[in-house]
Write a protein that binds this ligand. Structure first.
Ligand code: DOR
Ligand code: ZN
Length: 351
């Protein structure tokens, strides 16, 4: 018998870009309506590099929340060559920081102030290992000689494998894993190494970016890979292995910045992500494993309590694309794959 309705504990998003100012004010509702908590990426301009700036950013997020929202932003520190380990430690101890994010300098949007050489991070990583603060990694090399589709696999060989060897107790998340290589690497490590998986990397392969013409709304970083990699991500997400959990990497950009001669990387999926994940788990015939992936394994990895609310998803008519979001004079487009999605969010009970 096919399942038509599924209730899971309220999920968390372990990787999201909420931006700031006018965009934050518009997109926060989509995240807060679905997720109880989210790990908020720090790649603002200027980046969130200190506990004081994270505390102020958190206050801006909370001020932008609708009055009825039951949502907690979890803040991250943007690591640079000059990150002060003391500020990081105090910020973590005081509950301002939940984790720190490593962007190799130049790897993606607003990453120019990121880390140019992991050697600069030695004190920082020693500190994080000691205090058990998670390191979240954008796992791509920036070497322009490396093909864009190989940048994750090469990063694992050149940087990630040596890093987890050197800091063997460090808690590490390979964010938005996109390759079989990444999945195999995470499996090969202990329970301190995990990965997040986005809905779009589970649903599209690299052909989608070029189907019928160039499709900027399917362009993100790390870029979608070949079909064999998408299938590996599906197996990992649906495996029931607690190393793999939900992180949407929802990354809003205005249409004018996406549909451009040099368009920005990022897929905005906050409103459609849970329907997409449910679609994938349904197609893989493992809907009973969605709760672990979406609502349990991430909280367990971060050492946080699981949520008490409930999200109910329902299968029915094909999900229609939500209307673009108006922001000032611009618009933000929601992610929806070309193939139909038959799931949607039915209801949410906060507590
Ligand atoms: O596609 C992406 N967009 N990948 C990232 O790593 C950053 C993000 C953004 O901030 O737009
Ligand atoms: Zn991201």
């Amino acid at each position: 018998m096919s399942v038509l309705e599924l209730s899971i504990p309220r999920p968390d998003d372990w990787h999201v870009h909420l931006r700031d100012d006018a965009i934050l004010a518009k997109v926060i509702t989509d995240t807060a309506q679905t997720f109880a908590r989210a790990i908020v990426m720090p790649n603002l301009s200027p980046a969130v590099t200190t506990a004081a700036s994270a505390d102020r950013y958190r206050a801006r997020i909370c001020a932008a929340l609708p009055a009825s929202a039951d949502f907690t932003p979890l803040m991250t520190c943007y690591l640079t060559d000059a990150t002060d380990p003391k500020d990081l430690e105090v910020g973590f101890r005081d509950g301002i920081f939940t984790a720190a994010k490593l962007y190799p300098a130049g790897a993606t949007t607003n990453s120019h102030a990121g880390v140019t050489d992991l050697a600069f991070l030695d004190n920082v990583l020693q500190t994080m290992q000691r205090i058990r603060m998670p390191l979240l990694i954008h796992g791509e090399v920036v070497d322009p000689a490396v093909d864009i589709f190989d940048r994750e696999a090469v990063f694992i060989d050149r940087s990630l494998a040596p890093l987890v060897h050197r800091y063997s107790e460090l808690r590490v998340v390979l964010e938005h894993v996109t390759t079989l290589d990444g999945v195999e690497f995470v499996y090969s490590q202990g329970p301190n190494v995990a990965a997040t998986i986005t809905p779009h990397h589970l649903m599209i392969n690299r052909n989608a970016i070029f189907r019928g013409g160039i499709r900027p709304h399917f362009y993100c970083l790390p870029i979608a890979k070949r079909e064999e990699h998408r299938l590996a991500l599906r197996r990992a997400a649906c495996s029931g292995n607690a190393k793999f959990f939900l992180g949407t990497d929802s990354a809003p950009h205005l249409l004018s910045d996406k549909e451009s001669a040099c368009g920005c990387a990022g897929v905005y999926n906050s409103a459609t992500s849970m329907a997409c994940y449910a679609q994938v788990f349904d197609e893989e015939q493992c809907l009973e494993r969605l709760a672990g992936f979406a609502s349990e394994f991430g909280a367990d990895f971060y050492g946080l309590a699981r949520n008490s609310g409930t999200l109910t998803l329902r299968k029915g008519a094909t999900l229609a694309a939500p209307a673009d979001i108006n922001v000032g004079g611009g618009k933000i487009r929601h992610f929806l794959p070309d193939d139909p999605v038959s799931w949607h969010i039915d209801s949410l009970e906060s507590r």
